[in-house]
Write a protein that binds this ligand. Structure first.
Ligand SMILES: *Cc1c(COP(=O)(O)O)cnc(C)c1O
Length: 224
């Protein structure tokens, strides 16, 4: 993964697959982000509230900030005024807090539900029962949030078959959710694929990929 994607290559991926590329800018400083922004990228992803806030303050206001990391309930209030899409909703309690902060800010916050697809790897994410409980029950009383789709992270492995199987399962679940669409559920976004596996993800039906190192180069501080 040493070769970096140019803005032309990013544009081509977006056109070929009708997908959106999110530049994952965690750990990158503001000038580095500005260089990418000036090449036409407007969607950036961050995984820490304390890192996102100052970047939002100092960088251009037409950037769409995606929150992609584990989100603690007590930090939702800091990003609620401006966040564009929260990819990582992994509990009904978190969704209720996002709803509360959205209403305080007089807006609706778009969210993706994070699904646990890599069984043995990540700690975070909903299983299928929890997903349908949120869509069918919890959401009924929440007027400040809108579910725009699903997000998932595959196992970090060289085994392409395993990764493909996990992505395919998420795509099937995404399609299944389309039956439940209503004014609060618009199943449009399937956020899956990172630098090392976005090709497989796109082949399996992803329409939003979250790319860090393949745009900015390696992160050398061990931050995942
Ligand atoms: C860091 C991160 C990415 C991007 O990872 P790369 O391997 O740098 O592309 C994508 N999604 C999430 C949730 C992340 O935390």
């Amino acid at each position: 993964m040493s070769k970096k994607l140019s803005s032309e290559e990013i544009q081509k991926i977006e056109n070929d697959y009708s997908c959106r590329v999110i530049a994952v800018s965690k750990t990158r400083d503001e000038n580095t982000i500005l260089d990418v922004y000036k090449n036409g990228i407007k969607d950036f992803g961050e995984n820490k509230v304390q890192e996102l806030e100052p970047k939002y303050e100092s960088l251009p206001k037409d950037i769409k900030w995606h929150f992609i990391g584990h989100l603690q309930r007590n930090k939702v209030k800091y990003i609620a005024p401006f966040v564009y899409l929260i990819h990582s909703v992994d509990s009904a309690r978190l969704l209720r807090e996002i709803n509360k902060q959205a209403l305080k800010n007089d807006r609706i916050i778009d969210c993706l539900l994070q699904i646990h697809i890599a069984r043995e790897e990540t700690k975070f994410g909903l299983d299928e029962n929890e997903l349908f409980a949120i869509l069918n029950e919890d959401l009924k009383v929440l007027n400040g949030v809108r579910i725009k789709g699903l997000m998932g992270m595959a196992t970090n492995t060289e085994d392409h078959n395993k990764v493909r199987t996990e992505f395919r399962a998420l795509k099937n679940l995404f399609d299944k959710c389309k039956d439940l669409e209503n004014e609060k559920v618009e199943m449009e976004v399937l956020s899956m694929g990172m630098s090392q596996d976005y090709n497989l993800a796109l082949e399996e039906g992803s329409n939003m990929i979250r790319i860090g190192t393949a745009i900015f180069g390696p992160r050398n501080d061990g931050n995942e």
